[in-house]
Every structure is written in structure tokens, then in C-alpha cells.
Design a protein around this ligand. Structure first.
Ligand SMILES: CC(C)(COP(=O)(O)OP(=O)(O)OC[C@H]1O[C@@H](n2cnc3c(N)ncnc32)[C@H](O)[C@@H]1OP(=O)(O)O)[C@@H](O)C(=O)NCCC(=O)NCCS
Length: 211
């Protein structure tokens, strides 16, 4: 699993100023929501330095990322220097650990990054992704984790759209997104190249104004 923390510092500084201005314009829409956040089955918590070996083991395990995330790429090792300084999240992207509530066991991670649909800040969206360990699948964890992540991003940022895309054949993820409150929007034809062929993706999103 690629760490979500490979940021250029200058860009982060610029983003900080940008975000500061937006928070100033919309102060009522950004709440102080503390992690971990819990549902009925899982909680989302920050990645810590103690998770570095686990993240590397997950990254090296083809069963972990599954056939729909197999791009044949070398995966970067977890950035321990960045983790030693704080959580794996900033104004542009982030990653959280998904933990079972009943056992406390880490069962995967969720990540997000910014997507822009125009030159202005108000045209930004969060694009999210998820990977669960094989034993953690099919128990409702994926649906709840993605619902919690969207709730967290709406509560802590001014962005009004959280989106995800997945292979048209990844029925489990499509169902998990629907159960997580995401609305199916359409097909991105031939958007992804994996395993020697182009693949269609299906796009989902939750808007702040949904529900
Ligand atoms: C995709 C993933 C996040 C889904 O999370 P999950 O916890 O397994 O999903 P949930 O248990 O919340 O929901 C899965 C739903 O899909 C259904 N489902 C699973 N496999 C299915 C299949 N092959 N065909 C039809 N439905 C399927 C389940 O029955 C369930 O629906 P239900 O509750 O109505 O019965 C998880 O399986 C995973 O990490 N897979 C590997 C990585 C991956 O594909 N990530 C997404 C890449 S974009």
C-alpha cells in the first residue's frame, strides 16, 4: 500500500495558506472532530510509527491489495521520518487505520487525496480509497469505514464532495460504497490500465447535501 504522505513541503505550505483562507470564509463548516471516530463495527484512527512494519507487510502482500489494485508497481516503504513527526495526513491527502471495534485488531486502511474540477478552491473534491485484509472482508467493515471517512472529511474540511471509483467488476466495493451512502454516478471508460489491459471504472460520490 503506497503511503499517502509523499508530499512536497512547499506545496503543503501553500496549501496551508489556501486552506486557512477558506476556513476563515466558512468558519461554521469546519468542526474539531477528534480521531478515533467509531461506528458500530470499526473505528478509524491515525497511523503511528508503530504501524510502519504492518503497513510495509500489507504493501508487500498481493492478497492485501487484491486483483483490482494490482498495477505491477514497486511500492514505496512507509515513510518513518514523516510518521515520527505526526499523523499521516495534511491539507492534501491522508491515511487512517481501520480497526475492528470488538478485538481492536487493525484490518486495513483508508486513504484520500484532493481532486480538482476547476481552477478555484470550491471545485475541489476528496477522492478516497480502501484496502482491507482478506479476513476483514464481507463483514460490513468496508461500508462502515468509507461512511465514517466521508463523515470525517465533511466535518473537518470545507470540501463538499467525497468520491470513489472502482473497477466495474469490483462488485464488493460498489456494494460497500452504496451501503456507505455513496451514489453511483457513471462509467469512466477505459480509465485504468492494469494487467496488460484497459479497464472501465464506475464512479461514486457523496455530497455534503446528500441524506
Ligand atoms: C472492497 C472492500 C473494501 C469491501 O469491503 P467489505 O467490508 O468486504 O464490504 P462489506 O462487507 O461492507 O460489503 C460488501 C457487500 O458486497 C457484497 N459482495 C461481496 N462480494 C460480492 C460479489 N462478488 N458479488 C456480489 N456482491 C458481493 C456483500 O454481500 C456485501 O453486500 P451485502 O451486505 O448487501 O450482503 C474489501 O472487500 C476490500 O478491501 N477488497 C480488496 C481491496 C479493494 O478491492 N479495494 C477497493 C479498490 S477500489
Amino acid at each position: 500500500m503506497k503511503p499517502a504522505c509523499s508530499d512536497q513541503r512547499a506545496e503543503v505550505a501553500l496549501r496551508y495558506r489556501d486552506d486557512h483562507e477558506r476556513v476563515h470564509r466558512h468558519p461554521a463548516r469546519v468542526a474539531a472532530v477528534n480521531l478515533p471516530i467509531s461506528g458500530s463495527r470499526v473505528r478509524l484512527r491515525d497511523v503511528t510509527l508503530a504501524d510502519a512494519d504492518l503497513l510495509d507487510a500489507w504493501s508487500a502482500d498481493p492478497l492485501m491489495f487484491g486483483e483490482f489494485n494490482d498495477f505491477g508497481l514497486e511500492r514505496d516503504p512507509t515513510d518513518r521520518d514523516a510518521l515520527a513527526k505526526g499523523p499521516y495526513r495534511n491539507e492534501r491527502n491522508g491515511q487512517l487505520i481501520v480497526e475492528r471495534l470488538d478485538t481492536g485488531e487493525p484490518v486495513g486502511s483508508v486513504g484520500w487525496h484532493k481532486q480538482r474540477y476547476g481552477p478555484n478552491d470550491r471545485s475541489e473534491a476528496w477522492n478516497i480509497g480502501i484496502s482491507l485484509i482478506p479476513e476483514g472482508r464481507g463483514r460490513g467493515f468496508g461500508a462502515e469505514a468509507q461512511r465514517l471517512l466521508a463523515d470525517f472529511l465533511f466535518a473537518t474540511t470545507v470540501i463538499d464532495r467525497v468520491e470513489a471509483s472502482t473497477d466495474v467488476e469490483n462488485v464488493a466495493e460498489q456494494r460497500a460504497l452504496e451501503k456507505g451512502g455513496f451514489v453511483r454516478e457513471g462509467i469512466l471508460r477505459g480509465a485504468q490500465f492494469r494487467r496488460g489491459a484497459r479497464h472501465d471504472l464506475v464512479n461514486y460520490a457523496r455530497l455534503r447535501t446528500d441524506d
